[in-house]
Design a protein around this ligand. Structure first.
Ligand code: SIN
Length: 360
């Protein structure tokens, strides 16, 4: 009888213990993702003289820890740490900073302790940095580049919400394998197609005719599409051991043009030229002659357009096959320049480089 009572007692105790474990497990907060913020500067880290200063402020004054501490809500959505990569306005972005950034991103993402990266950046060249990283980062984990159109000192500053959304996105499963993303103003853009479309408005970042990948709403990412082009782990470009990139310059198309600027770039040692032509990449006759001469010297010529949308038709406005030129597909001139720099780290064969322009 005594033994039976003891048995019942032990069983009851065990039951109560397991019930407690279940309750505790149910109450335990979900494990937060580990997100590293790499800060490079820009308006998101800037400061103005007054709350109404939205022009004429100073970009890149606030260190990364202040950015993180300025958004205490980040603690609810991720374990966030920060590193300062540079402290510059993004018009001063350089290949040197890019290479440092790319190496650090790949290094961090190789660790099991890092789930995603957010890069704070000035908006003027954010699209270029995002596309460069899209082509060279060796990881499927999320990389989100974020900026702000108003400094944190301004009324209705956009940086805090942009950073909050970007950290959520970088820690999300939904963003895995999507390539490098730009997240601002509640929208998610892909690095290849995003561009700045307005000098000052908060909704400046768009992929004009190809569209957003998704939205951030209610602290969650909502994706509707993804890029069909090669990126990150599916990219053939690797800058791990590089200390510099080949020189590529952009020549702009306009009425009454001359080859003076183009010839100066070639004389300065450009290995590639992107021509931002009028319309479908059309060439002013004197500039075309300059491009032909440059190509004969071994400079790789890519025809892009200043229009901002649409495909450059190969063998359309110039006989690319005959002239050994490359058509930029839908890449704008600043993105075509990045792909050409990376292409030139592999080859200077225009046929092979054209293949890359169709694939990336
Ligand atoms: C910059 O690009 O660093 C300045 C402008 C901005 O961040 O909006």
């Amino acid at each position: 009888m005594k033994r039976r009572l003891l048995c019942v007692l032990v069983t009851v105790c065990l039951l109560m213990f397991s019930l407690q474990v279940v309750v505790l497990a149910a109450d335990a907060p979900a494990k937060l993702p580990n997100v590293v913020i790499l800060a490079t500067g820009g308006t998101i880290a800037g400061s103005g003289a007054t709350t109404t200063t939205t022009v004429g402020y100073t970009a890149a004054t606030m260190p990364v820890d202040n950015l993180i501490n300025g958004v205490p809500e980040l603690k609810n959505v991720a374990n966030v740490t920060g590193e300062q990569i540079s402290q510059i306005a993004s018009e001063n972005m350089t290949n040197k900073v890019w290479l440092k950034l790319a190496k650090r991103v790949s290094e961090l993402l190789a660790s099991d302790n890092v789930d995603g990266i957010v890069i704070t950046h000035g908006t003027d060249t954010i699209e270029e940095t995002a596309y460069f990283l899209n082509l060279v980062v060796k990881s499927d984990k999320p990389v989100v580049v974020v900026g702000a159109m108003r400094p944190p000192t301004a009324m209705s500053a956009d940086g805090a919400m942009n950073l909050y959304n970007s950290v959520i996105l970088a820690g999300s499963k939904e963003a895995v394998g999507k390539g490098v993303l730009v997240c601002m103003n509640d929208v998610i853009n892909g690095a290849r197609d995003v561009t700045k479309t307005n000098t000052a408005l908060l909704d400046t970042f768009r992929a004009p005719e190809l569209g957003y990948l998704g939205y951030m709403q209610d602290s969650k990412p909502h994706f509707y599409k993804e890029s069909t082009r090669r990126h990150t782990t599916n990219s053939e470009f690797d800058v791990t051991n590089m200390t510099e990139l080949p020189r590529v310059d952009i020549v702009y198309g306009y009425e009454n043009n001359t080859r003076v600027g183009l010839d100066a770039f070639v004389a300065a040692g450009a290995k590639g030229i992107v021509h931002a032509g009028v319309g479908d990449g059309s060439l002013f006759t004197e500039v075309k002659e300059g491009l032909i001469d440059a190509q004969k010297k071994g400079v790789v010529i890519v025809r892009s357009s200043r229009v901002g949308n649409g495909i450059i038709a190969r063998n359309g406005e110039a006989n690319d096959d005959q002239l050994h030129f490359v058509a930029s597909d839908t890449l704008n001139a600043q993105k075509a320049r990045i792909l050409l720099m990376l292409a030139l780290t592999k080859t200077s064969d225009p046929t092979e480089i054209q293949r890359m322009f169709w694939e990336y």
